[in-house]
Design a protein around this ligand. Structure first.
Ligand code: NAI
Length: 339
C-alpha cells in the first residue's frame, strides 16, 4: 500500500483533484490518501497557508498529489508552492508538453520535456521596497544561483535524457545580460554536458528561444533552465499542445516529490464544472510511475489520450461545442482506466 498526501487546493482544485483521484482509484492501485490543507483553504481553516500538519504529512509520506494553490498578487502571504519547493528541496520541476492526437493545434509533433530549476533564481524570496516617507520609490529583488543548485538540476536533465533515450539537452539562459547568475548556470551546464557525450548539448538565449519555440517547436527535446524562465516557458509549451488544462508537472527532490498541474487555481472558471482535469490526471500518471505502479500509469495515460482523441467527453476548452464538464470527463477516463 502507498501513503500519499492529498492537497485538494483552491479554486478549481477540489473538483479536478476529485476527478483525478477517481481515475487513479479506478486502476485498483492501493493508495491511502492523507488529505491535508494548504493555500487559501488553509488560511480560512487554520489561519496559516501551510499548516504544520500538512508539512508533517509530506515529511512522512514523501509523496504529495496537490491541486493548484492561490497566491495573492502584490501583498498577502508568500507563495505556498514556492515555500513547499524550498522546504522539501524539490530542486527539479519536470514539465512535459506532448501533443495529443485529435486536438486542433498549430503543431502535431511537440514533445518537449522542461526541467526547471525550482528553488533558486528570482524566486529566492529576497525582495524589498525602498521607501521614503512611507512611499515606495523603488523595489529590489535578488536572484540567487548556486553552483550546487545548478549542478543537481542540470544533472537531473541529463540523467532523464539518458534514461529516456532523448537526443538533445538545450540550456536556456540570459547570460549576455545576467552574466553572473545565468552565466554560472550556463557554465555548470557546459561542464556537466561533457559527462554525457552521447547527448547533444546546446544553449539558447531566452528571448530567441521563445521565438523559435512558437515558430518550430520540433527543434526542442529536453530543456533545462532557471526558475523564472522555466515558469514562463512551460506555460508557452502548454499553449503549443492545446492549453493549460493539459500539462502536468512533478517537483522532484531527494526527500520528497510533489505532483501537480502546470496551471493555477483558475478563479475565472472555479465552481462551474468547466475545468479540464487532464493536467492533474497526467500528473497522476507521473506520480504512479514515480511510485513504481507502471501498469496503472500506462492505463491512465492511454485512457486519457483515448478520451481526448474521441473528443466527445472533453471539457469546453478542448471542444467549444462540448457540454461535458470536469466530472463527466473524469468519469469517462476512470471508466476506461478500470482494471
Ligand atoms: P491559471 O493557470 O489559474 O489560469 C490561466 C488561464 O487558464 C485562465 O483563463 C484559466 O481559466 C485557464 N485554465 C487554467 N487551468 C485550466 C483548466 N484545468 N481547464 C481549463 N482552463 C484552465 O493562472 P492565473 O489566473 O494567473 O492564476 C490564478 C491563481 O493560481 C493565482 O493565485 C496564481 O498564483 C495561482 N497559481 C498556482 C499554481 C500552482 O499551484 N502550482 C501555478 C500557477 C498559478
Amino acid at each position: 500500500m502507498h501513503s500519499i498526501t492529498l492537497i485538494p487546493g483552491d479554486g478549481i482544485g477540489p473538483s479536478i483533484m476529485e476527478a483525478a483521484v477517481k481515475v487513479i482509484e479506478a486502476t485498483g492501485v492501493d493508495i491511502q490518501w492523507d488529505e491535508r490543507y494548504a493555500g487559501l483553504a488553509a488560511v480560512e481553516k487554520f489561519d496559516s497557508p501551510i499548516p504544520f500538519e500538512t508539512l508533517e504529512s509530506i515529511r512522512k509520506t514523501r509523496v504529495a498529489f496537490k491541486g493548484p494553490l492561490t497566491t495573492p498578487v502584490g501583498g498577502g502571504f508568500r507563495s505556498v508552492n514556492v515555500a513547499l519547493r524550498q522546504e522539501f528541496e524539490l530542486y527539479a520541476n519536470v514539465r512535459p508538453a506532448v501533443s495529443f492526437e485529435g486536438l486542433q493545434t498549430r503543431f502535431k509533433d511537440v514533445n518537449i520535456l522542461m526541467v526547471r530549476e525550482n528553488t533558486e533564481g528570482l524566486y529566492s524570496g529576497i525582495e524589498h521596497y525602498i521607501k521614503v516617507d512611507g512611499v515606495a520609490i523603488a523595489a529590489e529583488s535578488t536572484a540567487v544561483i548556486t553552483r550546487a543548485g545548478s549542478e543537481r538540476t542540470v544533472r537531473y536533465a541529463f540523467e532523464y535524457a539518458r534514461k529516456h533515450k532523448r537526443k538533445r539537452v538545450t540550456l536556456v539562459h540570459k547570460a549576455n545580460i545576467l552574466k553572473c547568475t545565468t552565466g554560472l548556470f550556463l557554465e555548470v551546464g557546459k561542464q556537466i554536458s561533457k559527462e554525457y557525450p552521447e547527448i547533444e548539448f546546446n544553449d539558447k538565449i531566452i528571448d530567441a528561444c521563445a521565438m523559435q519555440m512558437v515558430m518550430d517547436p520540433s527543434v526542442f527535446d529536453v530543456i533545462v533552465t532557471t526558475n523564472l524562465f522555466g515558469d514562463i516557458l512551460s506555460d508557452l509549451t502548454s499553449g503549443l499542445v492545446g492549453g493549460l488544462g493539459l500539462t502536468p508537472g512533478a517537483n522532484i527532490g531527494k526527500a520528497a516529490a510533489i505532483f501537480e498541474a502546470v496551471h493555477g487555481s483558475a478563479p475565472d472558471i472555479a465552481g462551474k464544472n468547466l475545468a479540464n482535469p487532464t493536467a492533474v490526471i497526467m500528473a497522476g500518471v507521473m506520480m504512479l510511475e514515480y511510485i513504481g505502479e507502471l501498469d496503472a500509469a500506462k492505463r491512465v495515460d492511454q485512457a486519457t489520450k483515448a478520451v481526448i482523441k474521441e473528443g466527445k467527453f472533453v471539457t469546453p476548452d478542448l471542444n467549444k461545442t462540448s457540454t461535458c464538464g470536469t466530472k463527466e470527463m473524469g468519469e469517462e477516463i476512470a471508466r476506461r482506466a478500470r482494471g
